[in-house]
Write a protein that binds this ligand. Sequence first.
Ligand SMILES: [Ca+2]
Ligand SMILES: [Ca+2]
Ligand SMILES: [Ca+2]
Ligand SMILES: [Ca+2]
Length: 244
Amino acid sequence: MINHLKHHPLFFVVKFNSTLTLTSQKTRPQTRPSYLQRLLLTFVLLICTSWSHGALIFSDDFSRDNSNDVQNNWQELEKDSNDVAIYQQQLRLRDNQSETPSAAALQAISLESYQDLRLTFDWRATTSTEASDTLFVGWQRQDESFTNLWSSALGGSGFNTVSFDITTADIPADYVSLAIWIAVGSANETVYIDNLLLSGELINSGSTEDGGPTENSSQVPEPSSLALLTLGLALVTRKKKSIQ
Ligand SMILES: [Ca+2]
Ligand SMILES: [Ca+2]
Ligand SMILES: [Ca+2]
Ligand SMILES: [Ca+2]
């Protein structure tokens, strides 16, 4: 992870500032981490979370008002309109429609430009579920069948964080959507999903055969990189002003 980050421009910002902090500590001993050290640690953790697999492809924290429609381009397969929904800032999957799957949320994402993907999300099952019930993540294909990448038995739980790699070989050629679905038996069996994030490396990023930039090339920091860099620099500047 760290070796990977050594090649990210922001690594040098963090390394540079860490050196300054350690040097100043020789003349100003402290018994606990300074504000700047804690800031830099947070900064590094954010970088580790955000850039472990290149560009952000899609994310959703479902932080919007309760609604029977999930929105943000999610498609829903459900028995009743409120079974796949936004509830308390999370995605809710509930109940068992007559067709398989019991309930599903589908996101049509174009992945042709990416490789070495990573999917991260949080999930929780209500105590109304049993070990015979299942949460799946995978693909809906052109024939409307589902192929799973990851699954877990239910049975009641607090939030778990799941993160796994997806290779090009894991993506069916005829996939249509990234799919999250459940197999349950009764009306009140529910799974909540939150903080979903899909990232990946851009294929051939940087150049084409004639050496020019590609349409998808990432020659500038990603929007999230810029936001974090701006935040970090703003906080460091504020700290310096407070020291003066
Ligand atoms: Ca229902
Ligand atoms: Ca719905
Ligand atoms: Ca949320
Ligand atoms: Ca059940």
